[in-house]
Design a protein around this ligand. Sequence first.
Ligand code: RP5
Length: 163
Amino acid sequence: MTALVGIIMGSTSDWETMRFAAETLEQLGVPHSVEVVSAHRTPDKLFHYAESAHSKGLEVIIAGAGGAAHLPGMTAAKTTLPVLGVPIQSKALNGMDSLLSIVQMPAGIPVGTLAIGKAGAINAALLATAIISNKHQQYRAALENFRATQTENVLAHADPRDE
Ligand code: RP5
């Protein structure tokens, strides 16, 4: 099935975070692709990826990067598809560098920035699914089901001392 959401990341070291985006899309049944694309180490590949994303059928791109995290912004500069940025929790600055690099885009080229780390990766997948659901209604039911299950789980474990 043609991927609707493309997940990219700056390094294989980002996978331990970005796998949560992939797993969430998997859980929701959303067709997606995963690829390492570095703004710094493979800039030509990044340009090609972003320029061809729409024609390949992608509708949203999730880009995770850490440190001087240019990947989401540069991707957004080369495509009008929505780009969701996930700041990786870097070792040196705990992800603040990643967050500020991604979130502070100058006016004109937007990147929808999520939280640092795992929460951001999961929420990027949920937001991407909400975006594609405007056109592909079948994924909205998966999102509603996800939320209903989440609510049930919280209600079922109201006492934090229980396992
Ligand atoms: C960024 O540099 C990547 O997104 C990664 O978070 C960071 C470190 O990459 P590695 O040195 O671990 O490959 O481009």
